[in-house]
Ligand binder design. Structure first.
Ligand SMILES: *Cc1c(COP(=O)(O)O)cnc(C)c1O
Length: 384
């Protein structure tokens, strides 16, 4: 059926109508007084979402652009940094560091397992000369559905005192409680097509005063992603270059929706959807890649049993129900599929996705579950 596509992937996520209507408006000038008013309002709302009084800067870039900006503005060539790597996105920050000549010491965990905070503690405590300039981690590792223990790792960074903490919060901001000021997070990057409920195209970076101190001496090359320029113009409710004005207006609409729902309710909804999805997967006797105590609130990676191909399941759900789920990346391609429950997702979407999954695996000949068990398990969580 035409126009019935339903995205259950970890970005782009579904977009509410008010945001779509903002995108359909005739553009206004990015240097106009009207647009400055939008910028002022959006910036205040972004600080609300980030639970911070720090600068939150808007970049016309995807999430990777925001994270790259978060690295190159605060570090210098040869700086020693610790980078957590337990998936595709952790790997990406190592690649960004390598591209700019930052000396990344990689702290690894197996894909599907969380980073071990004690690995960070050991390195930070051993650093008597305070040479480690930053700790870079991915909070919700989208490739595996693992949620890394940001609070504990951050506590070790705080004990070190010198190092900055730089966080990829692309699939956790707007899903998890991340009180930036309370935790003292220095650099937090995110992207519009995830928890913000708008299409791809904008990146966001929250920057602490301590990070701005580091900016003064950071010598990595930068121009378009120079956050000092962005900060200067943000103070005048503007941007250094032409921003995506309609996307910023869509952002204003989505942030208004988020404010009406309230942060507590948004976080509770994502947690409920995670729990419902995981309960359903278990009831269907399929395996979960991430453990219960380190499971992302926005993305669930599922491991089908031997003989049931993950890509076949995805193709069947797409063909029969117009529902898009994500595949596995790199060596997990064909081994897992991932259900996104991030942003503009309601209980109805979860029930629909689980029912469609049941129907699809049944049609592929998988029968190791009681008919309706997934939906029943999800309902129990959603009703509790
Ligand atoms: C989506 C995502 C990004 C950003 O990817 P882009 O394609 O550049 O928007 C970064 N980190 C994580 C964890 C993500 O899920």
């Amino acid at each position: 059926m035409e126009d019935k596509l339903m995205l259950m992937i970890p970005g782009p996520t579904p977009v509410p109508e008010q945001a779509l209507l903002a995108l359909a408006k005739a553009p206004i000038g990015h240097r106009s007084g009207d647009f400055s008013k939008v910028m002022a309002d959006v910036t205040a709302k972004l600080k609300w979402l980030h639970q911070t009084t720090n600068d939150v800067l808007i970049l016309t870039a995807s999430g990777t652009g925001a994270m790259e900006a978060g690295i190159i503005n605060f570090l210098s060539k040869g700086d020693r940094v610790l980078v957590g790597d337990n998936g595709k996105f952790g790997e990406r920050w190592v690649e960004v560091c390598n591209a700019y000549g930052v000396n990344a010491e990689v702290i690894k965990a197996e894909w599907g397992k969380p980073l071990n905070p004690e690995d960070f503690r050991a390195k930070l405590e051993a650093d008597a000369n305070k040479e480690i300039k930053a700790v870079i981690i991915t909070h919700s590792e989208t490739s595996t559905g693992v949620l890394n223990d940001l609070v504990t790792i951050n506590s070790y960074v705080k004990a070190h005192e010198k190092a900055l903490i730089i966080v990829d919060a692309v699939t956790s901001l707007g899903a998890n409680n991340i009180p930036i000021d309370e935790l003292g997070l220095d650099v937090v990057g995110s992207g519009s097509q995830k928890g913000y409920m708008i299409p791809p195209g904008l990146g966001f970076v929250a920057v602490s005063p301590k990070a701005w101190e580091a900016y003064k001496t950071a010598d990595l090359p930068k121009f378009y992603l120079d956050l000092g320029k962005a900060r200067k113009d943000a103070a005048k409710n503007s941007t250094p270059f032409t921003t995506s004005v309609n996307m910023v207006m869509a952002l204003q609409a989505s942030l208004e929706i988020m404010q009406r729902e309230g942060l507590e309710n948004i976080f509770a909804r994502h947690l409920r959807h995670r729990n419902a999805t995981r309960a359903a997967i278990k009831a269907l006797n399929l395996d979960l890649l991430a453990p219960d105590d380190a499971a992302s609130h926005s993305i669930t990676a599922v491991v089908p049993p031997e003989g049931l191909d993950a890509e076949k399941i995805r193709a069947t759900i797409k063909k029969k129900f117009d529902i898009v789920m994500a595949g596995g990346q790199d060596h997990l391609n064909g081994k897992i599929f991932r259900i996104g429950h991030l942003g503009f997702v309601g209980d109805r979407d979860i029930l629909t996705a689980i029912a469609a999954l049941e129907a699809s695996i049944s049609s592929l000949g998988y029968s190791n579950f009681t008919s309706g068990a997934g939906v029943k398990a999800a309902i129990e969580v959603l009703n509790s």
